[in-house]
Design a protein around this ligand. Structure first.
Ligand code: SAM
Length: 260
C-alpha cells in the first residue's frame, strides 16, 4: 500500500491533468503485475518473443510505436530501442517507475506520449472514430505494436458508460472495430497482441463464467495463441482463477474486407 501511494504521488505531477483519473488503474495494474509476476511470466515471454520475431522479418527499422506500452512488461523495449532509431511509447499514463527505469537504462531514443487511444469521445458524439489517425503524422513509421490494449479499451469504455449511465451497447464494438480497422489501414508492419476472452473456473476446472472481451468483433486470424492466468487462485479468491485467451498476429492484409 505504501509503495502504491508513492507510485501514485510520483506519477501525479508528471501526468497531464486530463489523464490523472487513469493513474489509479495504472497503479493497480502495476501492483497486480508484481503480485502475479510468476503467473504472468509465460504470457509476457510469449508477447516479447512474438515482437522479436516480427522485427526479425523487417528490413527498415526507423520508428516503432507501441500502443498501450503501460508497464513495459510484455514489450521488449531495450531490444526495440537497439533495433529502431526511435521508439514511441503511447499510453494514458506512464508511471513514475517506468519513467525512472527508462532514464536509468539510458534509452535515449524512446519518447513518451500520453494519449487516449480509444476514440470514446468521438463515438459518443456520433462521429466516426479514427483513434489511430495520429499515426499518419509519425515520420518514418515502420512498426506499430498494439500491446494488450485492445480489450482494455472496451473495459475502460464500459466503465465510463456506467458512470455516465449510458446504456448504448454499440459503443464498445465500435471502439474495438475502430482500433482493428486503424491497425489494418497502416502502411507499415503491425503486431497485434490482445486477449480476446476469459474463463472463470473453480479448483475442479469447472467453468463458472465465460465472456468475450472484444464486444463481439472478430479479430484477425491468430498466428499464435496462448492462455494467460490474469487472476490466479488466491489473487481475488481461493476458490477461482481467471484465465484469458491471448492471440498474436501481424497478418492484417484482408482483415477489413473479410469483416465486410
Ligand atoms: C494490460 S495493460 C498493457 C500492458 C503493457 N503492454 C505492458 O507491457 O506492461 C493495458 C494498457 O493499456 C492502457 N490503456 C487502456 N485504455 C487506454 C486508452 N483508451 N488509451 C491509451 N491507453 C490505454 C492502460 O493504461 C494499460 O497500460
Amino acid at each position: 500500500m505504501i509503495l502504491e501511494a508513492i507510485q501514485y504521488a510520483a506519477t501525479f505531477p508528471v501526468t497531464p491533468a486530463q489523464f490523472r483519473p487513469s493513474i489509479r488503474s495504472s497503479v493497480n495494474l502495476w501492483a497486480r503485475a508484481g503480485r502475479c509476476a510468476r503467473d504472468w511470466s509465460a504470457h509476457e515471454a510469449q508477447c516479447q518473443a512474438f515482437i522479436r520475431e516480427t522485427v526479425a522479418g523487417m528490413r527498415e527499422r526507423r520508428t516503432a510505436v507501441v500502443l498501450g506500452s503501460g508497464l513495459l512488461r510484455d514489450v521488449p523495449v531495450k531490444f526495440l530501442a537497439q533495433k529502431f532509431d526511435t521508439v514511441v511509447l503511447v499510453d494514458l499514463v506512464h508511471l513514475a517507475s517506468v519513467r525512472t527505469w527508462l532514464k536509468a537504462t539510458r534509452l535515449h531514443n524512446t519518447r513518451l506520449i500520453s494519449r487516449d487511444l480509444s476514440g470514446f469521445d468521438d463515438v459518443l458524439a456520433g462521429r466516426s472514430a479514427e483513434p489511430l489517425g495520429f499515426l499518419r503524422q509519425v515520420p518514418y513509421l515502420d512498426l506499430v505494436i498494439s500491446a494488450n490494449i485492445l480489450s482494455q479499451i472496451g473495459v475502460g469504455a464500459e466503465r465510463r458508460l456506467e458512470t455516465e449511465k449510458n446504456g448504448d451497447v454499440t459503443v464498445v464494438p465500435k471502439l474495438i472495430a475502430a482500433h482493428l480497422d486503424g491497425l489494418a489501414g497502416l502502411p507499415c508492419t503491425v503486431a497485434l497482441l490482445t486477449d480476446t476472452g476469459f474463463r472463470v473456473s473453480d479448483r475442479s476446472g469447472k467453468a463458472l463464467e465465460e465472456a468475450d472481451l472484444l464486444g463481439g468483433i472478430a479479430p484477425p486470424a491468430a498466428a499464435a495463441q496462448w492462455p494467460w492466468t490474469v487472476v490466479p487462485f488466491g489473487e481475488e479468491s481461493r476458490d477461482y482463477q481467471v484465465v484469458h485467451d491471448v492471440i498474436a498476429t501481424s497478418a492484417f492484409g484482408r482483415f477489413s474486407a473479410d469483416r465486410g
